[in-house]
Design a protein around this ligand. Structure first.
Ligand code: FES
Length: 107
């Protein structure tokens, strides 16, 4: 299992904002939805495009893939509309004095 990777200070990811981090070869998109932090693999389940190139909509807690318009719930990674049907991987988040951490926990 991978080590935790530092994302940013909590003050650098405000409600409605998104950022990215890497755990080895895994790109991770990190979201602040209404004060709660969520992390998903930064890869659309449709054709593997980077999700973070798309738009995070804080009003609906969703991210829209810029390539073909699939949307995913940032809270659990489930696909909300075609052309994606599979979820994207959700990763754990840890917050401490230094900031926000996540990791790819699939191995
Ligand atoms: S690659 Fe994301 S919707 Fe097609």
């Amino acid at each position: 299992m991978g080590e935790w990777v530092f994302v940013c200070a909590t003050s650098q990811l405000l409600p409605g904002e998104m950022t990215t981090a890497w755990d080895g070869d895994t790109a991770i998109a990190v979201f602040n939805y209404d004060g709660e932090i969520y992390a998903l693999e930064d890869r659309c389940s449709h054709e593997d495009f980077e999700l973070s190139a798309g738009t995070f909509d804080p009003a609906t807690a969703s991210i829209e893939c810029v390539l073909h318009g699939a949307r995913f719930d940032v809270r659990d990674g489930r696909a909300l509309c075609a052309p994606a049907y599979e979820p994207v991987a959700k990763f754990p988040v840890k917050i401490n004095d230094t900031g926000i951490w996540t990791r790819d926990d699939r191995e």
